[in-house]
Design a protein around this ligand. Sequence first.
Ligand SMILES: CC(C)(COP(=O)(O)OP(=O)(O)OC[C@H]1O[C@@H](n2cnc3c(N)ncnc32)[C@H](O)[C@@H]1OP(=O)(O)O)[C@@H](O)C(=O)NCCC(=O)NCCS
Length: 163
Amino acid sequence: MPLSKREEGRLTVEQARDLAVVRAILAENAMTTDGVGWASGCYLVAYFGHEPVGVVGLEPMLDAALMRSLCVAASMRRRGVGAALVGAARKAAHTRGVRALYAFGCGAGDYLRRLGFSEVPMPQLIAALAGTPGVRLRQARPERLSDETAFFLDISQDGIIAR
Ligand SMILES: CC(C)(COP(=O)(O)OP(=O)(O)OC[C@H]1O[C@@H](n2cnc3c(N)ncnc32)[C@H](O)[C@@H]1OP(=O)(O)O)[C@@H](O)C(=O)NCCC(=O)NCCS
C-alpha cells in the first residue's frame, strides 16, 4: 500500500494537510473531533482514488503515543483500509521515536488484537499518555473510562533488521 500520490482506483495514506477532512470523516461516523487540533497530534487520511475514506490519529508523548480516531467510511469497510491506516500510524509513530503504541479499545478490541495489540491495565496507558487530549477526554468522563479497555503494541523493534 503506497504512501504516495493519490491515483484513481488505488488506496493511499497520507499525512493530513487539512484537519477539516479529518473532522468531516469523524463527524460522519459519529466520532468525537475534540482534541483533533492539538499541536503535537498527527493525523493520517486514507484515500481511495481522490476520495477520503478513513482516518487515524496519533498523540505522542515522549516515547509513547496514543493511536486514536481510527475510522473507516462504512461503505469502504472490510477492504483492508483500517489495517493500512494502523500500519501507516505505526510507521509514523516509529519515525517520531515512539516505542510504545497505545489505543483505547472503543468496542473494537478484537480488531486491535488481530493487528497485534494486547490488553494492558488502564493505569499503564494513563501514566504513559497523561496530558494528551485523548486521555484528558476520557478523564473528563470517569464513567466512560471505567467501561474502556487499554491496548498496547510494542513497536520498539520496528525498523530493526535481524541478521
Ligand atoms: C474498526 C474499523 C476501523 C475497521 O476498518 P476496516 O477497514 O473495515 O478493517 P479491515 O478491512 O482492516 O479489517 C476488516 C476485518 O476486521 C473485522 N472487524 C472490523 N471491526 C471489528 C471489530 N469492531 N471487532 C472485531 N473485528 C472487527 C471485520 O469483521 C473484518 O474481518 P474479516 O477480514 O474476517 O472479514 C472500522 O470498522 C470502523 O471504522 N469502525 C467504527 C469506528 C471504530 O470502531 N474504530 C476503532 C476504534 S479502536
